[in-house]
Design a protein around this ligand. Structure first.
Ligand code: R5P
Length: 318
């Protein structure tokens, strides 16, 4: 997997080869191709759609790692599926985010890292250390290379997490920030973005958000910014999970470019979450130059040998 490979390069971790396949009846098969007993392992698996498949793959990886005697298991799930239902709103409902937390712990995961989680409250349900990182800085930096004029970073809604994200993005490129207020009709799903006068005339604007799903939130914000005279409007979103023609809707709203991260595969995944995870891991675990192992369920096997050679060189140096 590209992402696992990038992380292994940044952190100087060995990349473990893995083998995966589907049996004719659709069941998943997983195998570590190398010895992992006694190793500190990082498992990279993003839980984008089909979420159930990716989740079961992750469960199998964690279980196998534990079963084979890995010393520690850190899970990096950039997109953490099942993060919407963190409470029992109606009697009898499943609390799906808690199920994921409990199963990961039971299987042997020792820590979890994710990126721009939809609802940060979910992490309180984890009985292992669980961290939320943000890609907003990396997304803003991507657009900063476009010769921006007096840039402003804007959130399409005024939730606490959305404001924190744009503030972080703005700080990364030394820009200002602002945010809209939005409401979603609970019955029709229709999104209303309230008019708000912003100081953006003739300036370049970067919208930063966590998710694109129907695209309506982003499209509304782009239109409002263009109407108010923004020079260019760029959109940087961590998880692109487009439903139907979401990306077309956003393009038609007048945006100059939409960019996502490699948390989910998409035609606009141009920013990697590898640097932010690598930085977090270094900071929290003080691992450099410890040489640990890293596995991705769909590791890029072609590059494994190349990475191993680099690591061997590094071993010699330390
Ligand atoms: C809302 O709370 C999120 O931050 C996103 O703005 C929202 O999920 C985007 O959804 P959609 O693309 O369907 O408007």
């Amino acid at each position: 997997m590209e992402l696992a490979h990038k992380i292994s390069q940044t952190l100087n971790f060995l990349l473990v080869s893995t083998r995966t396949k589907r049996f004719p009846d659709g069941e998943f098969y997983f195998k570590f191709e190398e010895e992992i007993a006694g190793e500190n392992l990082v498992l990279v698996q993003s839980l984008y759609p089909p979420q159930d498949e990716h989740l079961l793959e992750l469960f199998l990886m964690v279980h196998t790692a534990k079963d084979l005697g890995a010393k520690s298991i850190t899970v990096f799930a950039p997109y953490l599926a099942y993060s919407r239902q963190d409470e029992r709103y109606l009697n009898g409902e499943a609390i799906s985010s808690l199920m994921v937390a409990d199963v990961l712990k039971e299987l042997g995961a020792g820590a979890l890292y994710t990126v721009d989680i939809h609802n940060e409250k979910v992490l309180k349900g984890y009985k292992i250390p669980a961290f939320n990182l943000t890609a907003s800085g990396e997304l803003a930096k991507y657009f900063a290379m476009k010769d921006l004029r007096d840039p402003v970073v804007v959130a399409p809604d005024d939730e606490e997490a959305a404001i924190a994200r744009v503030k972080n993005g703005a700080d990364a490129i030394n820009a200002g920030y602002d945010y809209f207020k939005k409401e979603r009709d609970r019955h029709t799903g229709e999104i209303v973005t309230f008019e708000k006068k912003m100081n953006i005339k003739g300036r370049d604007v970067i919208i930063v958000d966590d998710i694109i799903s129907t695209g309506k939130t982003t499209a509304n914000a782009v239109k409002a910014l263009k109407t108010q005279g923004a020079r260019r409007v760029f959109v940087g979103v961590t998880h692109i999970l487009p439903l139907g023609k979401a990306l077309d809707l956003i393009k038609e709203s007048g945006t100059d470019e939409v960019v996502g991260t490699d948390s989910t595969p998409s035609e606009v995944a141009k920013v990697s979450v590898a640097p932010i995870f690598s930085k977090a891991l270094k900071g929290n675990m003080k691992v450099v130059p410890r040489l640990d192992k890293l596995a991705g369920v769909d590791a890029d096997f072609g590059k494994v040998e190349e990475v191993k050679r680099e690591i061997e060189k590094l071993r010699g140096e330390y």
